[in-house]
Ligand binder design. Sequence first.
Ligand code: DLL
Length: 433
Amino acid sequence: MIWNEKYECMPVNELKQVQSERLKKLAAYIYTNCSVYKDKFDKAGIKPDAIRSIDDIKKLPFTTKIDMRDNYPYGLFCKDQKEVIEIHVSSGTTGNPTLVGYTRDDIKLWSEVMARCMACAGAEPGDTIQNAYGYGLFTGGLGAHYGGLEMGLRVIPMSSGQTQRQLKIMQDFKPKIISCTPSYALYMAEEAREMGIDPKKGSWKIGVFGAEPWSEKMRNEIEATWNMLATDIYGLSEIIGPGVAQECPNKNGLHIFSDVFYPEIIDPDSGEAVAEGQDGELVITTLTKQAIPLIRYRTRDIVSINYEKCKCGRTSPRISKIKGRTDDMIVVRGINVFPSQIEHVLLGIKGTEPHYQIIVDRQQHQLDEVEVLVEVNSKMFSDEVKQLEELKRKIKKEISAVLSISAKVTLVEPKTIERSMGKAKRVIDKRQM
Ligand code: DLL
């Protein structure tokens, strides 16, 4: 089923027309309503009336996570706070998180694109969805919730965790759709077996899995284990949350809703467009958002793009699965972690050195485990065990407070973490995806 046939299957020349009109309006809107953008435009020597078609987008400056951080919390808003009816945050690279805000119309847009995703995955009005994305500041839970309501699904707002309860709910209410991170889907299968439930006989027939990287191998495993169709959903808080792109059952790329989220793929070093099919950084412009529209936002996610019409009838371009990042962000249990955040924590704790290493691992079908190796200074290292234990506890508590992840902390002797002549190797990712 196609949720919004008009826009999802629009002939490409008409789509370009829509994008052009929207971009012209956006450029004028953002220039008038946000002084940060006005300065950026002025610095680049561009006025909104120079934007006449979508092809002129290349004249506009990029927006980055640093712009969001530097203008935290409200600098990038184009609307008065009174019109902002919901806010979410995601991890920032250091100290401040990234704040995102929605007007009533933005929430309508979010619901619409998420309904498009659900339909694209194969859901139909009247189906039941078990929504196991986390509710709260993370955008996954509420995004999927709004989309479900919009398309007339019956939403079970489970949130993440409470695995045994998830499985009981699945058995009792027989939802057809499950939405959660792909690693949680595999973890739930293990738990199911322990409870004597055969996952193959589970009720879930369609999975809407995202928020973290996953491979085709993982997809095959989820599909075989649960006897279901596993589709990929992509999004990021800054753009809207989940709902930016979604796979259809053909599983040949994620349809990006380019009438509202205009994609470009660039060489991350030169900033120039790469050829169709080549890998590059995904850059997105939100064509119709109101509270915090973003122009040419550098997602740092690496993808390729395909503009051919899909067998499903949609003309929207398709991005590949996310192939990596241009920075060192890792996603642990669906939570974005920047090594710099850990560094920031350590810098605030006496007795530690800013030398650390993060080891991420995942045993077969288990959830991600994080261990942080931290060098302590020589004075500290000669202290009593009790003091070292106290230090460990403190670091663990701080990491949990700042990053919302529970990490094992291991203190190591001074100068034991390998030094690098170039970029320090902060993360050792042992996960087999
Ligand atoms: O993860 C939004 C979301 C929620 C997407 C639920 C899908 C499902 P953030 O917390 O801001 O938002 O994290 C965004 O997560 O830039 C990617 O690096 C990564 N990511 C999101 N979806 C995928 C995916 C949500 N399907 C960051 N595959 C993005 C790989 C993904 N990585």
